[in-house]
Design a protein. Structure first.
Length: 303
């Protein structure tokens, strides 16, 4: 063992608080929390077309490092837009880079949850020199696997609800009350769980942008028909040495076994499954989620 002492790189502080930043197509809202001097962490929320309210618990990591939470253009506290030419992976990647440049962050840890995992991976591919590590929460890095997972879980619903979903997906008519019941039942089991943070859930729903979700994902949770339909970002990932953490809920809509399959594409990866948790692990496994991410990030700080 070496007697040489380990040192951590200290980073110039980012002004804390909320702000708005001009990007292509409008303004995005962001918030910087904490006064820790370790490498900053940026949080990429799911959707697409939803917001970062449910990622608030991870701001507790600000004791060690500054945490940047923001809403992607089109939803949340950012400008609401309907121009579909902005609803591309490239746009959201460049939007994130604009935020990094604005905040004068040289390198940061990038945490992407759900759709945010796609954004995190594609950001790394384009701007690898600015990424210290990647965290993929409940990831959808291969949408064929995602569809397989959600359709397998769909079979756990009663037959009447399963029939309603299949009928809606085949006809394109989604205003059937039985379909709504099926979706709500599925979400209660696998998305936000039985005990969501109601205030944050209300904020997420009220500030969501269906135009983004429908264009990129499609109208159905179970049959992806939008522009992301054929997305698979895992090719050639075996070549990178970047530290990668995968997290997933035990009862997530992306099953842990599929997350293990994704993680196998990265040679320097680990997987953590949060017991008794659905998709929004920051609610169902709040303290465990914070601790796991904290420990992973601390491991990357020692030079």
């Amino acid at each position: 063992m070496s007697c040489q002492s380990s040192e951590k790189t200290k980073h110039e502080p980012i002004p804390t608080g909320e702000g708005k930043l001009k990007v292509e197509g409008g303004n995005i809202w962001y918030k910087v929390t904490g006064d820790g001097q370790d490498t900053p962490l940026v949080l990429l929320h799911g959707g697409p077309g939803y917001s970062s309210f449910y990622l608030k618990p991870l701001e507790e990591l600000g004791k060690d490092r500054q945490v940047i939470r923001y809403d992607q253009l089109g939803a949340g506290k950012s400008d609401m837009v309907t121009d579909s030419s902005l609803f591309t992976v490239d746009h959201f990647v460049d939007e994130l880079e604009t935020l990094r440049t604005h905040l004068k962050v040289e390198k940061w840890h990038v945490l992407g949850h759900s759709w945010g995992s796609i954004l995190a991976l594609e950001y790394f591919k384009k701007y690898p020199d600015h990424v210290t590590s990647l965290i993929f929460g409940s990831p959808c890095l291969d949408l064929k696997l995602w569809e397989q997972s959600t359709n397998e879980l769909l079979l756990t619903l009663p037959d009447s609800l399963l029939t309603a979903v299949h009928r809606a997906d085949s006809t394109g008519v989604y205003d059937d009350p039985l379909y709504e019941k099926a979706i709500n039942t599925f979400y209660d089991k696998y998305l936000w769980g039985q005990d969501p943070v109601l205030e944050e859930l209300d904020s997420m729903v009220s500030t969501a942008n269906p135009a983004v979700y429908t264009y990129m994902w499609g109208p159905s949770e179970f049959s992806i028909t939008g522009t992301l339909k054929n997305y698979n970002g895992l090719k050639n990932m075996e070549e990178t040495d970047l530290p990668v953490l995968f997290t997933v809920g035990e009862f997530d809509e992306i099953k842990p076994s599929y997350v293990q399959d994704m993680a196998a594409h990265f040679k320097n990866s680990k997987v953590k499954v949060f017991s008794n948790s659905s998709h929004l692990t920051t609610w169902d496994a709040r303290e465990q989620n914070i601790q796991v991410v904290k420990e992973f990030l601390e491991q990357q700080e020692v030079q």
